[in-house]
Design a protein around this ligand. Structure first.
Ligand code: FAD
Length: 421
């Protein structure tokens, strides 16, 4: 697949660096992670840090490269070929890093962002709770303040890096503030007394990232670890909305890489594998799956690119939220279809561990669920659309008036009483 036309020299060179990094990851690491022999591959992040490919969008002052979203998407596509676990660990730097970069104090950037970008500090994010992830604001984790210390109590589920990460961004509500949106606060929690890994999950895929349940029992968090310090108390809702941009865009970007890896294996296989005396790619049922896959991935990549540009434009927060959700939904569903097509093209051997398609299929199933399920993406998309659309004055041609019966206003019945409007 060629994307040459979309990229400038700098981006092509970044892509080459990312391909080098991805090629350097030992095959054994992937196998050991999938076999749950590794719980958190610190050396992978260290290698990414050494190569300067973490947190690409962040300011050089804090160790970033000051690149635009469109560049990070190129990097994410390359990392995506490694599967969800390693792509997620790479992405967490972008996600948690965003929160610290935008809302953190300079001291927090020194202490946390710089070592994160060097690959020396593993990070996790803890939003989801056992009773539900979609309804984020219903979170029950609480923080009791005593002087300049907060005592955090609650549970978070499905946290990648619960086992292994050094720093966990945890959302909790500060006691004494009634409105849940005003109470929500982001805490930078370092491992220590009161932070306990209660359960490490047996997962269908996405293994080896230390995904577990965290329990906080009066965990002591000093004020200097409240994201943004004193001014950050009650700003958790803002942090959440900002963090959801990389949260969802990293899923979207990585999805394209995963789908690409799978369909390239399938396309090579279809060229070499014979049935009925012909390479199977000569059968439409096979080659049209390749065609559909290429189209879906190119469309996903193009949408992601356009959304990347929009994030950095002056577009409203609502429009960005809608487009980011569209990118996440479309790319993850495209990747799911593509990996599934790849498995079908390989026939029985695709279902075995002779090819990595079965691992990618186990991985890709997750991405329509995490970082906000695709049903929640639909919820956001239509909500933000209506909010903006209904507030706008109609513009351009009035197409509704182009119907033959457009003037029969008595037939335009909208309300329950049957009155015309
Ligand atoms: C392997 C793995 C890694 C993860 N990593 C992390 C992590 O690092 N940090 C973290 O905080 N979380 C993480 N998650 C959690 C993930 O983001 C949540 O599982 C996800 O957001 C869904 O929440 P839930 O599982 O509680 O499902 P629920 O919220 O209970 O939803 C269940 C179903 O109901 C649907 N639903 C709910 N509300 C609505 C609605 N209003 N309209 C329509 N449908 C609705 C959902 O779409 C879903 O199909 C991870 C999950 C997994 C499995």
């Amino acid at each position: 697949m060629s994307t040459q036309a979309l990229f400038d020299e700098q981006t092509l060179s970044l892509r080459a660096r990312m391909q080098d990094f991805v090629a350097s990851i030992p095959r054994q690491l992937l196998l050991d992670m999938d076999a749950n022999k590794v719980s958190y591959p610190k050396e992978y992040l260290q290698e990414a840090g050494r190569r300067g490919v973490l947190g690409l969008r962040f300011a050089p002052r804090w160790g970033g490269s000051g690149l635009p979203w469109t560049s990070e998407l190129v990097a994410l596509e390359e990392v995506g070929v490694l599967g969800t676990s390693l792509a997620c660990l790479y992405s967490l730097v972008s996600i948690v890093g965003e929160a610290i970069h935008v809302f953190g104090t300079d001291e927090q950037k020194e202490r946390f962002l710089i070592p994160m970008l060097r690959g020396e500090l593993g990070v996790a994010e803890a939003l989801t709770e056992p009773h539900g992830g979609s309804d984020f604001f219903a979170a029950t984790t609480r923080a009791r303040r005593q002087g300049d210390t907060f005592y955090l109590s609650g549970q978070k589920r499905f946290v990648v890096g619960a086992e292994g990460a050094d720093l966990i961004l945890v959302y909790g509500k500060v006691d004494g503030i009634e409105d849940p949106k005003r109470a929500m606060t982001a805490f930078l929690v370092e491992r220590g007394p009161g932070v306990e890994v209660q359960h490490v999950y047996g997962l269908m895929g996405t293994r080896g990232g230390g995904t577990g349940r965290l329990v906080f029992r009066e965990a002591k968090v000093p004020l200097e670890n409240v994201l943004g310090g004193e001014a950050g108390i009650g700003r958790g809702t803002e942090v959440f909305h900002q963090m959801m941009i990389p949260e969802r865009m990293t899923s979207a970007g990585g999805a394209v890489g995963m789908g690409r890896a799978a369909i390239e294996i399938a396309a090579r296989y279809a060229d070499k594998r014979y049935a009925f005396g012909e390479p199977i790619r000569r059968f439409e049922a096979v080659s049209f799956k390749v065609a559909e896959s290429l189209t879906l991935l190119d469309a996903a990549r193009a949408l992601n690119h356009a959304v990347g540009v929009t994030i950095e434009s002056r577009a409203s927060a609502g429009k960005v939220r809608r487009l980011v959700s569209e990118a996440k939904k479309f790319s993850t569903e495209a990747a799911w279809t593509v990996v599934n097509h790849a498995m079908q093209i390989l026939g029985g051997i695709g279902y075995t561990d002779i090819y990595p398609i079965e691992r990618l299929l186990r991985d890709v199933r997750l991405i329509t669920i995490w970082t906000g399920t695709n049903e929640i993406m639909d919820l956001v998309i239509q909500h933000e659309f209506y909010r903006e659309f209904l507030a706008e004055k109609p513009h351009g041609r009035n197409v509704e008036a182009d119907a033959l019966g457009a003037d029969f206003s008595a037939e335009k019945v909208y309300n329950v009483e049957g009155e015309t409007v």
